[in-house]
Write a protein that binds this ligand. Structure first.
Ligand code: LLP
Length: 442
């Protein structure tokens, strides 16, 4: 790709874009030194663009904010072999929740001992892969899996485990992604005694070594307070475990859920404040309980990769209906189900051409056969937006491809990495041949 002239992007509207984003002449925008219009021409649309430098910088920000803690990247946000390598090279661990994520990571060279396996319903395949590959930790999520896991490990075997505790703290960007209170499917309740009960059962299985507790209260959380409150409760349980069983647990995994801004001006979780809050509360709660301070772990997914991604779409049609304008693009709910699922609002913008037209309110919709296939309702776009225009949606790196579907056989978009002025394909586009290949019936 051509070398681009550097123009600084200072405006607030680019505050949620990767730090490498720069303005080009004639309304162009570059990420990682690569023009988005060039990416669209070369790789077609829709496409996800991932800024490698931004991912790496975010990993480093975590390492700097939590120098004494284990930072485990949550693979469910986005996983590919390149991502596995970046996370490894930047010194993070990995959180996986299926044999699929686990095998992809290990076959891409990730050290299994730095992997933690989650899941409220682990399949025999998940457990088999975890034991075969030697994952560092398995997180117990229900009482019924304890005996099953112990049996799979076998009498002579050994596996380190954590018990996932539900602390009774409500937090998170949407009801569907809140996991800190009772009445949802994850973890073992602290308030009704299930967590304590599970701990006792794990201790009764000699091949399972209980090394700590785990607590993930939800996702897209933008305040430190609920984390600190949850930590205090979980340390309280650690003290009770010490009193009841004489066991001092050396590890405490506080999960992920660190919120990011999807639109300019929205709040994001302050990582430095989070680190300070967790560290301070851990020290004081442990001192008050006379406990040795356990090793802290965190599991960010979205905050590592979300803001490093940009989704690119081509406008296919512009429709004026009553007083509304619908801008339809060549993707939609199959590459981003998040607006439909959680009501998330995005900030698309025109790229690749300068428009002097007055902005007008429009709704960006997808091409799927549902009226609910809305990518961004009521956003300001240039009044002369037209078919052929390129739209870019920032903060598309997390839970876009990983939640993408085959709806309407449109096919999942490719992932294009950009770094130092060059673009390269990480994940190719899903094609009709892929759909046809899986269709093996008569
Ligand atoms: N650890 C555990 C145990 C988790 O369940 C999750 C996310 C994470 C860490 C990472 O959370 P993050 O830092 O990425 O928020 N599909 C939803 C998000 C679901 C999150 C599920 N668990 C979305 O698109 O917002």
């Amino acid at each position: 790709m051509t070398t681009l002239p550097e123009v600084t992007a200072g405006a607030d509207e680019l505050s949620i874009w990767p730090a490498s984003t720069s303005r080009l002449p004639h309304g162009g925008l570059a990420v990682g030194g690569v023009s988005l219009a060039e990416v669209a021409d070369r790789f077609d649309t829709p496409a996800y663009v991932l800024d490698e430098g931004e991912v790496r910088a975010r990993c480093r920000t975590y390492r700097d904010a939590f120098p004494e803690a284990e930072v485990m990247y949550a693979a469910k946000a986005f996983l590919s072999r390149a991502m596995v390598r970046w996370v490894d090279e930047e010194g993070l661990g990995l959180d996986v929740c299926s044999a699929g994520e686990l095998e992809l990571a290990v076959t891409a060279g990730f050290p299994p001992e730095r992997i933690v396996l989650h899941g409220n319903a682990k399949s025999p395949r998940d457990i088999g892969a975890a034991l075969r590959l030697g994952v560092g930790r398995i997180v117990i999520d229900s009482a019924s899996e304890i005996a099953r896991l112990a049996a799979a490990v076998g009498p002579g075997g050994h596996q380190k485990v954590l018990v996932r505790v539900v602390p009774g703290i409500s937090a998170g960007g949407h009801e569907k992604i809140r996991t800190g209170t009772d009445g949802q499917k994850f973890g073992l309740s602290l308030t009704d005694g299930s967590a304590q009960h599970a701990v006792a059962r794990v201790l009764g299985q000699p091949q399972l070594e209980l090394v700590g507790l785990h607590c993930h209260i939800g996702s897209q959380i933008t305040e430190v307070k609920p984390y600190v409150a949850a930590l205090r409760r979980v340390v309280g349980l650690m003290a009770r475990i010490r009193d009841a069983h004489g066991l001092v647990l050396p590890e405490l995994d506080m999960g992920g859920g660190h919120g990011v801004a999807y639109r300019p001006g929205e709040p994001a979780l302050d990582l430095t404040a989070l680190a300070r809050g967790l560290r301070g509360e851990l020290a004081s709660a442990c001192a008050a309980a006379g406990l040795a301070v356990p090793r802290l772990a965190v599991e960010p997914g979205r905050a590592v990769v979300g803001p490093a991604g940009v989704a690119l779409y081509r406008v296919l049609s512009v429709k004026h209906t009553g007083d509304r304008v619908f801008v339809a693009v060549d993707g939609g709910m199959s590459d981003n189900p998040r607006p439909a699922l959680y009501g998330v609002r995005y900030a698309p913008r025109l790229v690749g051409r300068h428009s002097g037209a007055e902005p007008r309110t429009a709704t960006v919709v997808g091409r799927h056969c549902e009226a609910g296939d809305v990518l961004a309702a009521d956003v300001e776009l240039p009044g002369d937006i037209r078919p052929g225009d390129l739209l870019a949606v920032p903060v598309a790196g997390a839970y876009h491809l990983s939640m993408a579907s085959g709806y309407n056989m449109i096919g999942r978009p490719p992932v294009v990495a950009v770094a130092d002025g060059a673009a390269r394909l990480l994940v190719r586009r899903e094609t009709l041949d892929d759909f046809r290949g899986r269709d093996v019936g008569a």
